[in-house]
Each structure stands twice: as structure tokens, then as C-alpha cells.
Ligand binder design. Structure first.
Ligand code: LLP
Length: 424
């Protein structure tokens, strides 16, 4: 559910007309809803709290990679959210937004020594170790700092899932984590070290998963490994279940609810006496954001093709070009008239800059506004300046108030970043 609805014939973000934002901030722009963020976090929190017995005081650690804007993170931090991070930059963003270090998890397949030292230095809750090579480096870094960070071993459970091959992370050949047998050995190695404390296991098998069964299979692997590790005398107190639950990108699809997902996790973990962590990214943020864009023109071609040319492009929202992802497109001020089929494109000079083909939309003309829904996760964070198009602004709405939470850079800002080589 989200808070982008038609009121008096015009699309609003909560109580703010999107046309007002477009007029004042310009387009394209990302617009986020505080109420939707709160609602999604609240649903997951309530589900986790309802299963305290099986999940302990479960941590919900928002995956910062999905939406790293400081105001978005601060909104979630105020609700008690932790942060799942994969770089020093993300840890810094989480801390700057008020997420306490003890609620920050540091994951990722290639953390540098400097990043590991930074994470240890600020005292993150746990470092998810993804390989033997990384464990060795972490032990060396911790030794040099005379520290003893808590670690979880990331298991690759050999269960891949997700909305697209490029966002599947738990399959055999995927680069993330280690197979179960190796994880057992790494756990023992970590237990034997006086410079790390192994606290548990982690997994993440993919993103935009719309079926609970692969998730359940992965959680079962973690359960069995917990029992095996304990049988070998190791303490296992935390299980990090990753993210991955899919969201509805169109009115027609209904992925499992957060409540069903958490109930399934509770069923699998029942009786283990562990503290669970969830790392949702998309689930919290995707439908809390839209990409607001203006029609530049409609190209009606002699071959019958109709192109809706927008001022937003693949550099602003990569997902359709990268994963053939579907985002609903809605008119901000839908007028009457017969629906039409449009090829929806941006101005970037590649055929890949196509958001949708033969999309049925109400009649649209130059200067009309549209939104792409489901753009709050993996939207702004993945944007680039390709074709020298400056990054677009982000706006946060809360009821009837709104704020620019990342301004649009000027062309001067863009050019000033690049000093000329001194021989030119
Ligand atoms: N935790 C870990 C370790 C992850 O690798 C990810 C996402 C998450 C949590 C959050 O997963 P979520 O709940 O959002 O599914 N750019 C792609 C998605 C890549 C996700 C990679 N890992 C997209 O736009 O679909």
C-alpha cells in the first residue's frame, strides 16, 4: 500500500499535489512518502513483535543500498530501524542519520581493510563475513586494533531466487557467501580466534522474491546449521535472514505479505532461541517513492509507432534498462479520452532508454506530468549522470508538508567538479 492517490482528479503524494512539487522543484524528481515508509516499517515491526518467542528482539535493518537518502534513513531510524550496509559510505550515511552503531550490520562481498577498520572503529553491531580470505583479513585488522568484533558467517544456501538473474544472490555460482560446509569450517576458525566473536549466520538469496518457498528452504539451511554448530560446541545467538521479499510493482500482483513472511520465518526458527535480523530494502522503500516526470513531446511516426518522450531517462531510473523491470506509469492529471498504446522513452541516446513498450495509458501530450510508481527503492541510488544529465532531486512529503532532501545540482556544480589537467 502507498500514499500516492488521486484527489480531486489530481495525483497527490499524501496531501501534496505532485503538480505543485513539479512546478517548484522541476522535473524529473523523486518524491517519497513518509506515511508509506512508516506504514511498511510498522507492518514488519508488528509482525516481528507478534513472534517474539521465536525471533527474539528481532532487528529490522533497512538495506541502505535501496535508498540512501539521509532524510529517508532518518525517518526510519526514528522508528527504531537499524541499517544493513555494504560500504563505508553507507555506514557513514546510517550514522549521520541517527542509526546507532549497535543497529548497523556490515555486509558485502569485498570489504577493504580500511572499511573493516572503520566498521570496527565505530563499533557496528556485526560484520557479516563472506569468505575465508575476508575472515583472515578481518582477524588481522582486528588484531592490529586490539579489537574483537562480532561476526556472522554469510552462507550461500544454494537456493537462488529473485525477480531477475542479475538480482539472484543465493545460487551456487553467485559470488556471495560460502557453501554450508565451508561456513561450518569458518565458524570454527572464527571461534578459535581471540580477535573475532562469531555470533551467528547470515544469508540473502535474492531480491524481489514473490514466493516464500525458496526463502523457507534457505532459512531451513540456517536452522540445520545452527543445530550442527551447537552440536560442535559453538554458540549461535543470531540469525540474519537477509532481505528479498518482493513488492507489487503493478496493481495485479500480490506478493506474500510481510506478516506471512515473518510468520514463516518464526515457524522455521521456532525453539532455536536466537535473535533474528531482517534486512528489507525494497519492501520498505519501493512503493514509498515515485519518479515524477514531464512529457517533452509525443512522437507520432508515419509507421504507426507512438513514442511518449519524457524528461526522465534511463540514467535517472535504471531498473527497466538493466532488469527489464516493470514500473506502473500514471498520469498526474488524467484527462478523459481513449487510452492509447505508447512506447515510453527518455531522451538518452540508446534504445535501452525505453521504460515500456506498448504501454496502455490515458491520452497524454507535451507538458503533462506522469509518475513511475515503485521507484523509492533502487531508483535514485542507482542514478548516474550519463549523457551529462545532472542527478535529479529528491523530495520527502509528510502529510501536507514537503522538503527538498537532495537538491538538483546546477550545471555549474557538475562542471566545477572536474579540474582540467594542468597541461591543458
Ligand atoms: N541484504 C543484502 C545482503 C543484500 O544484498 C540486499 C540486496 C538486501 C539486504 C536488500 O534486499 P531487498 O529487500 O531490497 O530485496 N538493484 C536491484 C536490487 C539488488 C538487490 C541486491 N541486494 C533492483 O533494482 O532490483
Amino acid at each position: 500500500m502507498h500514499h500516492f492517490d488521486l484527489k480531486n482528479g489530481a495525483l497527490h503524494a499524501e496531501d501534496v499535489p505532485l503538480e505543485l512539487i513539479a512546478d517548484e522543484v522541476g522535473t524529473p524528481a523523486y518524491v517519497y512518502s513518509t506515511a508509506t515508509l512508516k506504514r511498511h516499517y510498522g507492518l514488519l515491526r508488528a509482525a516481528a513483535d507478534a513472534h517474539r518467542e521465536a525471533l527474539g528482539e528481532a532487528l529490522i535493518a533497512f538495506a541502505v543500498k535501496a535508498n540512501a537518502n539521509l532524510s529517508v534513513l532518518a525517518t526510519l531510524a526514528k522508528l527504531g530501524s537499524g541499517a544493513d550496509t555494504v560500504s563505508e559510505g553507507e555506514i557513514r550515511r546510517a550514522l549521520a542519520s541517527g542509526v546507532p552503531a549497535e543497529r548497523i550490520i556490515f555486509s558485502g562481498v569485498g570489504k577493504t581493510d580500511m572499511e573493516l577498520a572503520f566498521a570496527i572503529g565505530v563499533g557496528v553491531r556485526q560484520i557479516n563475513v563472506e569468505s575465508g580470505a575476508e575472515l583472515d583479513r578481518l582477524i588481522a585488522v582486528a588484531h592490529a586494533m586490539d579489537a574483537r568484533p562480532a561476526v556472522a558467517i554469510r552462507v550461500n544456501p544454494n537456493v537462488g531466487a529473485g525477480g531477475h538473474a542479475k538480482i539472484t544472490t543465493g545460487g551456487k555460482g553467485d559470488k556471495f557467501g560460502v557453501p554450508a560446509d565451508e561456513a561450518m569450517r569458518l565458524y570454527a576458525r572464527a571461534s578459535a580466534s581471540s580477535h573475532v566473536t562469531p555470533v551467528g549466520l547470515a544469508c540473502h538469496i535474492g531480491s524481489q522474491i514473490v514466493d516464500l518457498s525458496p526463502l523457507e528452504a534457505a532459512f531451513q539451511v540456517l536452522r540445520q546449521m545452527t543445530l550442527d554448530l551447537r552440536a560442535h560446541g559453538h554458540a549461535v545467538t543470531r540469525l540474519d535472514l537477509g532481505g528479498g521479499l518482493g513488492v507489487p510493482y503493478s496493481g495485479g500482483s500480490t506478493p506474500p505479505s510481510p506478516a506471512d513472511y515473518v510468520a514463516m520465518a518464526a515457524r522455521v526458527l521456532q525453539g532455536l532461541d536466537v535473535e533474528a535480523a531482517f534486512e528489507p530494502g525494497r519492501l520498505l522503500a519501493a512503493n514509498a517513492g515515485v519518479l515524477l516526470s514531464r512529457v517533452i513531446q509525443v512522437n507520432e511516426r508515419s509507421d504507426g509507432q507512438r513514442f511518449l518522450v519524457l524528461d526522465a531517462a534511463m540514467n535517472d531510473l535504471m531498473r527497466p534498462a538493466l532488469y527489464d523491470a516493470f514500473h506502473d506509469i500514471r498520469a498526474v492529471q488524467p484527462l478523459g479520452g481513449e487510452d492509447q498504446a505508447y512506447n515510453v522513452v527518455g531522451p538518452v541516446c540508446e534504445t535501452g532508454d525505453t521504460f515500456a513498450r506498448d504501454r496502455i495509458l490515458p491520452p497524454l501530450e507535451a507538458d503533462d506530468l506522469v509518475v513511475f510508481t515503485g521507484a523509492g527503492a533502487y531508483g535514485a541510488v542507482m542514478a548516474s549522470e550519463y549523457n551529462s544529465r545532472p542527478l535529479i532531486p529528491e523530495v520527502l512529503v509528510d502529510g501536507d508538508r514537503w522538503a527538498v532532501i537532495r537538491p538538483r545540482p546546477t550545471y555549474e556544480d557538475m562542471l566545477d567538479r572536474e579540474p582540467f589537467a594542468d597541461w591543458l
